[in-house]
Design a protein around this ligand. Structure first.
Ligand SMILES: *Cc1c(COP(=O)(O)O)cnc(C)c1O
Length: 219
């Protein structure tokens, strides 16, 4: 799908569900994509991108930012504490805060660096063993803990389990956000971004539908 196709589908869903046009924003997930595909989307004027690895983002985005001013870069993959400083220097939004140790490290670095990206908490709505994120039962306490450390939590993010109806997970995330006074919801990927818009997503994260399938090479 072209960039315009995806933006029109988001817009159509906003209108169909009575939401303000532009209230759901597109994060183009550029991980693993060949640089020409990323440049093509930048040339079309898009500026909001997502990466899931600090190292990979560090290798390509500083140079792209020089050429294309106004990039808004989101970290959507797990963050190790020892990469927190680099991530805070590289990203405008970190969507994957998911444990007290990471929150404490970011709070300390925030004072040291004098700035902090916008922060979202990842919620493991499906309570999957192998998946990152705070469990729904613990998330209210964790949000309070982050706030107690002086961190502003602007949003929540989730990745629903494969094979389950994602709308139920999106609705759960929206409910947790509402009861905690949190505005931003990052949910919905290539296969279900319209459902996410219907459930109130303010950011959808679309990779393969926009750029084509990711080629991870021989494995
Ligand atoms: C890769 C990734 C996406 C994009 O997935 P597609 O199915 O290619 O749209 C979205 N969110 C996260 C957290 C990802 O890691």
């Amino acid at each position: 799908m072209s960039l315009n196709d995806i933006l029109s589908r988001i817009r159509a869903e906003e209108i169909r569900t009575g939401r303000a046009p532009g209230s759901a924003k597109l994060i183009a997930v550029s991980k693993v994509q060949p640089i020409e595909r990323v440049e093509a989307v930048l040339e079309e004027g898009h500026r909001m991108f997502g990466e899931n690895k600090v190292q990979e983002a560090a290798g390509k985005w500083p140079a792209l930012r020089d050429r294309f001013p106004g990039v808004d870069l989101h970290l959507i993959g797990p963050l190790q504490t020892n990469k927190a400083r680099q991530a805070m220097e590289l990203f405008d939004v970190i969507q994957t805060i998911d444990r007290p140790k990471l929150a404490r490290t970011i709070a300390r670095l925030k004072d040291e660096l004098g700035h902090c990206p916008r922060l979202f908490i990842q919620v493991n709505t499906g309570e999957e063993e192998q998946k990152a994120g705070v469990s729904p039962a613990e998330v209210d306490d964790f949000i309070a803990e982050c706030r107690g450390l002086g961190l502003e939590i602007d949003g929540l993010m989730c990745i629903p389990p494969v094979g389950e109806e994602s709308s139920l997970h999106f609705a759960l995330l929206a409910k947790i956000a509402a009861r905690n006074g949190i505005e931003e919801l990052s949910m919905g990927m290539s296969d279900d971004f319209e459902k996410a818009v219907a459930q109130g997503a303010t950011y959808v994260r679309v990779g393969s539908a926009l750029f084509g399938a990711r080629d991870y090479g021989p494995v």
